[in-house]
Design a protein around this ligand. Structure first.
Ligand SMILES: Cc1cc2nc3c(=O)[nH]c(=O)nc-3n(C[C@H](O)[C@H](O)[C@H](O)COP(=O)(O)O)c2cc1C
Length: 156
C-alpha cells in the first residue's frame, strides 16, 4: 500500500521496561523529540502491548535506536510476538543494563536513551507517553534505520 502518510520519516527502536522481575521490550516507530532543554521525547505505545502496562506501572523506559544493519529477526523477536507469550530476554545474550536498572540493546543500535515518564495521554488504542531523558549514550556510528528502509528492504 502506498499511503502518503508513509512518507513521514520515522526511526525504529526497541522500547524496554521492567516491572518486578519481568523485563520486556517491543519495537516502536512512534517516537519524537519534543524539547531540547531539558530533553523530552514523546512515544506512542499500543495499549494491548505488554510493554504499555509495564511502563504505566514503572514510569521508566529505555529506547535503543536501531541501525540500518538490523536484521528482520530483531523485528520479529521484539515486534511480532508478545512478552505475554514468551520471555523475550531468555535467550538474548546481547543485552546490558543502564543506570536505571533496565535493559538496553547494545547490538544493531547506535545509541540508547533512558527516560522517565512525566505525562501519559490516553489516545484510545494507544498511550502517548511524554518523558524526560535521564541518561543517554552513543553506542556506534552506523546510521539509524528508517521505517521506509524497513518497509522497502527488510520487511518480508
Ligand atoms: C516495524 C514495527 C513498528 C512498530 N511500531 C509500533 C509503535 O510505534 N507503537 C506500538 O505500540 N507498537 C508498534 N509495533 C508493534 C509492537 O512492537 C508489537 O505489538 C509487539 O509484539 C508488542 O510486544 P509486547 O506485547 O511484548 O509489548 C511495531 C512493530 C513493528 C514490527
Amino acid at each position: 500500500m502506498n499511503d502518503p502518510i508513509f512518507n513521514l520519516t520515522h526511526g525504529l527502536y526497541v522500547l524496554t521496561s521492567r516491572l518486578g522481575e519481568k523485563d520486556n521490550g517491543c519495537i516502536i516507530d512512534a517516537v519524537m523529540q519534543m524539547t531540547a532543554m531539558p530533553q523530552r521525547i514523546a512515544i506512542g505505545v499500543q495499549k494491548r502491548n505488554l510493554t504499555n502496562g509495564i511502563i504505566q506501572a514503572s514510569r521508566i523506559f529505555n529506547l535503543s535506536i536501531l541501525t540500518e544493519e538490523t536484521p528482520q529477526s530483531v523485528f520479529q523477536h521484539f515486534g511480532m510476538q508478545s512478552g505475554r507469550d514468551v520471555n523475550k530476554f531468555e535467550k538474548c545474550d546481547a543485552v546490558k543494563r543502564s543506570a536505571n536498572g533496565l535493559y538496553y540493546i547494545p547490538k544493531y543500535t547506535n545509541a540508547f536513551l533512558s527516560c522517565k515518564v512525566e505525562q501519559s495521554i490516553d489516545m484510545d488504542t494507544h498511550t502517548l507517553f511524554i518523558a524526560s531523558v535521564t541518561e543517554s549514550q552513543i553506542l556506534g556510528d552506523v546510521q539509524g534505520m528508517t521505517y521506509n528502509n524497513y518497509r522497502k528492504n527488510i520487511k518480508k
